[in-house]
Design a binder for this molecule. Structure first.
Ligand code: MG
Length: 165
């Protein structure tokens, strides 16, 4: 792989994912979960490469740093009410967490929507961990963002597979 220079936004987005307990491998496993039924010979490193490419997109980096920032502020009780309580309780009707995640799904077109909806219902792997309310951490935004990155990477993988077959 050629060396790339990452700017501050990309560096921070990648660092924050890891600091909040999500590795690129965790997301690659979600991509594998979504795509292995269509590509039985799928390798995890191909999934990982697609996750990496998604994380190079500015829209994706912006969604990550915005969502994680709000999760962190809610965890520290630093938001004003009523937003503090809404994010802290992960209120079902709030919906802005999903909207931010959709800005990631949008990057690779409409296949992403189906994948995003599906993985959000199934909550495999890291998504189950992020949804554990007993952990004391606030992942109201992060769970949707991680699902969306996996959905976008799946779309990217599906498109590139279609181009080579
Ligand atoms: Mg959420």
């Amino acid at each position: 792989m050629t060396k790339r220079i990452m700017d501050e936004v990309e560096t921070k987005a990648r660092e924050w994912l890891v600091e909040r307990g999500v590795t690129l491998e965790d997301i690659a496993e979600l991509v594998y979960f979504l795509q292995v039924k269509y590509h039985p010979d799928l390798q995890l490193d191909v999934c990982l490469d697609n996750v990496d490419k998604v994380l190079r997109k500015r829209e994706v980096q912006n969604a990550i740093i915005t969502g994680i920032q709000l999760d962190i502020l809610a965890e520290k009780n630093l938001l004003d009410e009523p937003l503090q309580g809404i994010i802290d309780r992960d209120e079902g009707l709030y919906g802005v967490d999903e909207i931010i995640a959709l800005s990631i799904v949008n990057v690779y077109g409409s296949i992403g929507f189906t994948n995003y909806g599906y993985i959000d219902k199934q909550k495999p792997g890291i998504l189950e961990k992020l949804n554990d309310k007993e952990s004391g951490s606030c992942h109201t935004f992060l769970d949707d963002i991680v699902g969306a990155i996996a959905a976008a990477a799946s779309s990217r993988l599906a498109h590139s597979a279609a181009n080579t077959e």
